[in-house]
Design a protein around this ligand. Structure first.
Ligand SMILES: [Zn+2]
Length: 146
């Protein structure tokens, strides 16, 4: 508890014993260094300025660095490709983690794979229809040859 300097008891003590030692609270010898203002870090999503150490954008709430949503990461894009097919390309393209080269690789692999898969499915469906209709009446109808 701080002592009042004009406490008569303390003044009497000071007359008898000399001035009381002044209590200095313990301070760090040097003030903590002021962090240099971080270089402008921009949110990859909304492009507003954020602190470099921010894990999440304070404007739009999107994760930064290693805190981005899982579907923007390499494994997440692979997983989401199995879940939503070529729509995972949207995530791959918007991902702040992937280089442009990686995005192009995903575009070729996922896009090309999807086209190939669609083509194979189309052939399978047409083959099945041809089988079910006993030799191509529907196929001929679809081809406009009837
Ligand atoms: Zn943002």
């Amino acid at each position: 508890m701080p002592q009042e300097p004009n406490d008569p008891f303390l003044e009497e003590m000071a007359k008898m014993n000399g001035p009381l030692p002044v209590y200095h609270p313990v301070r760090p010898s040097a003030p903590p260094p002021v962090a240099a203002p971080p270089a402008d870090t921009l949110c990859w999503h909304c492009k507003k300025r954020i602190d470099a150490q921010d894990n999440y954008c304070r404007h739009c709430g999107y994760g930064q660095g290693s805190h981005v949503k899982w579907y923007y990461k390499h494994w997440g894009i692979v997983v989401s490709t199995f879940m939503i097919g070529p729509f995972s390309l949207i995530f791959a393209w918007r991902s702040p983690l992937l280089s442009r080269t990686a995005k192009l690789v995903y575009l070729v692999v996922i896009g090309g794979g999807s086209v190939w898969l669609a083509f194979e499915m189309y052939n399978a469906v047409m083959a099945g229809l041809s089988y079910l209709t006993g030799g191509g009446a529907l196929g001929q109808a679809l081809n406009g040859s009837i």
